[in-house]
Ligand binder design. Sequence first.
Ligand SMILES: [Cu+2]
Length: 561
Amino acid sequence: MKPLNNPSRRRFLSQAGIGLLAFAGLPRALQAMEGMSSMKTFPARKASANFVADVEIELYSQPATVAILPGQSTRVLRYTAKLIKGPANSLTDIPGSYLGPIMRFQTGQKIRITLINQLDEATIAHWHGLHVPAEMDGSPHYAINKGERFVYEFEMLNRASMNIYHPHPHNQTARQFYMGMAGAIIVNDAEETNLNLPSGEYEIPLVIQDKQFDADNQLHYLGHMHDKMTGFYGDRILVNGRPDFKLNVASRAYRFRVMNGSTARIYKLAWDDNTPLTVIGTDGGLLETPVHKPYVMLAPAERLDLWVDFSGRKPGSQLVLRSRPFTGALPHMAERMMGGGGQGRHGMGMGRMGGMGMHHGHDMNNTVSADDTRMGGDYPILTINVTRQVSDSPKLPATLSRYPHYSLHDVANPKQPVPLAISEGPMSMLINGRSYADNDVQAFERIPLNSMQLLEIFHSHSGGHGMMGGGMGMMMSMAHPIHLHGQYFQILSRSNENPSDDYNTVKDGFVDNGFKDTVLVMPGERIKIIKPFQDFKGLFMYHCHNLEHEDMGMMREFLVE
Ligand SMILES: [Cu+2]
């Protein structure tokens, strides 16, 4: 049987009775837990005899020990993989990293991936960004127990892009992801190949994550309920699983494939010498033309395809990619508790970052670090050293890609957008006033197959005024990266009727053209998107990709029918 149907959890809920009620304080929290306990699960899928795979992979989820910091090794959960059939470059390990190997596929390939769960807990792998049938999407309904296998079979329908594989079991996604389970899926197609973009050693995937280590180099996660409300923030920035990441480069153009692999942290990426960032692609692949930005906001699960040209830089020169200061992604009170609000790292004596300050407030001596790694602080992410001079470099193409622009003429509901109303309440993070619950699809969540839909994401505070009312006012208005499973969408408009000083610290950092699967929604913003729901019927998740929020129930399903 599947763990989510666990009778002992039901027993716990009824026995805990009064105590739990007092703790939760709200019927909604109980609803969410009840939804979890009664979730319908489906049998583990087996291989189909008439599916002829071009690429076949065995993907293992397993506990492991990896050297990350000097000294003691760190216990992690991770993906490893074995190529059974297909081109050798279908899998590339990241040496020494807990991250899963990079999967590389071609549009049109038929792919079979067998997930083999060697964890002591249930899991399921989700292909974030890929357009696959509902039963291949790795939603929580398909979680498998230790020792079980789940066979995914699908055709690669995506355009060239970088996507993500990560766990998606209900209520455990954030922890499994944080403990190390994540990897990149790179898709190539003919249009992209014809551009001859920097490749091989000049195409560099960069997965940015934040972790918190205890004195024994073990990963610390979620000390306090507050961590769930704001999201969990580590105080060490890792790139590709390494601290203090350094990269030696030649004086030529590179392609950096950047992914935010953090559970909650939002980055404001910029070069330390104020060179503009040259963006050639986002979540769903290449833009039409390159875009130059002073900085780019990168929320959890968002991707960025950067053209980085070191031509003309002398060997010995250095460039640092930093996260620059911003405010307003968290409620002001939470930012102040993290040492924010412009007080810098000495602010309240615990400014080094959120989690550390909150949970180890007694540890006052350990707070002054060389960098201010609270969210919204100013800290380095990686250091580039130019070590080789070369005379030749590819040129940035003026045109990158051609694709249709979705417009209101294409959608079935130009006057009645499907709502995604975000609200934060005591112990709950809601979409459309509801927590995730099984078998709870509402009328507006039923989407006709093969339709294009207008959706509107906005903040609604009606769900937030519960029994704990005023005291929880601090939880109002947070930034949420909203992710929709299935096909990529396009952003039609982003508006903010009352832009604040906070908003001015982030507003120039959005890349809203091109294809997206995750969009950062700042407080006060209203975002309209157009999304196709083609080819596949069934349940497709939409949720906040602040994974702590997702696990609190900030997740719903569309039923495409
Ligand atoms: Cu959220």
